[in-house]
Design a protein around this ligand. Structure first.
Ligand code: UDP
Ligand code: MG
Length: 192
């Protein structure tokens, strides 16, 4: 069973190599078949050439590199990556290692148990300022009221089963709040 990693990258020249090696390290002995789908979202630094050299120097790895003509934003990058991903499940993950790759292994196990959407949730909003926390709480308060989903601790760090990815790929909405959309489509959910 293949896992696709969809990795939106915007000006991540300092992180892409570390992300690649760290993920490979964590997956050794844990996940057999996986691919990287890197999406360079119109970076203005050397992100794209770093991705190219990862591709060239790792012919044994399963890697796709997509490149946008300009910066379209993370949501567009995630959707482009999901369209190209071929895995039986897909994990959307940030390139800057703020989403710990170890958690993907937990997500993968839950998927093997039958969960179709596995959400990465923040158990600690870390060092965010009080003002930021207030804004985040207000924002998610409103969104939760409107949608009926509690997304206060949610993030874009998710595992989606192939069925969910196919559903999202068929949807016409392209200017969306990805976090909400993957709740909205339904399916059997778990969190890590
Ligand atoms: N990102 C992207 N396009 C953008 C902004 C960000 O693809 O226009 C990527 C970025 O490279 C990272 C992820 O989206 O992999 C999250 O971005 P960032 O770390 O800036 O967000 P935050 O940590 O504030 O959630
Ligand atoms: Mg970040």
């Amino acid at each position: 069973m293949k896992l696709s990693l969809v990795v939106p990258c915007y000006n991540e020249e300092g992180n892409v190599e570390r992300f690649f090696s760290e993920t490979n390290r964590v997956f050794a002995n844990n996940v057999d078949d996986y691919e990287f789908v890197f999406v360079d979202d119109g970076s203005t630094d050397s992100t794209y050439s770093k991705l190219e050299s990862i591709y060239v120097s790792n012919p044994q790895s399963d890697i796709q590199v997509l490149s946008f003509s300009r910066n379209f934003g993370k949501e567009a990058a995630m959707f482009a990556g999901l369209e190209k991903a071929s895995g039986d499940c897909c994990v959307i993950i940030d390139c800057d290692l703020q989403h710990p790759p170890e958690k993907i292994v937990e997500m993968y196990r839950l998927w093997q148990e039958g969960y179709e959407v596995v959400e990465g949730v923040k158990d600690d909003r870390g060092s965010e300022s009080a003002a930021h926390r207030f804004m985040a709480n207000t924002f998610y308060g409103i969104i939760s009221k409107m949608t009926g989903f509690d997304m206060a601790d949610s993030s874009d760090f998710k595992l989606l089963d192939r069925k969910v990815v196919d559903t999202l790929n068929q949807m016409k909405e392209r200017n969306v709040f990805f976090r909400a959309l993957s709740f909205w489509v339904g399916f059997k959910k778990a969190t890590v």
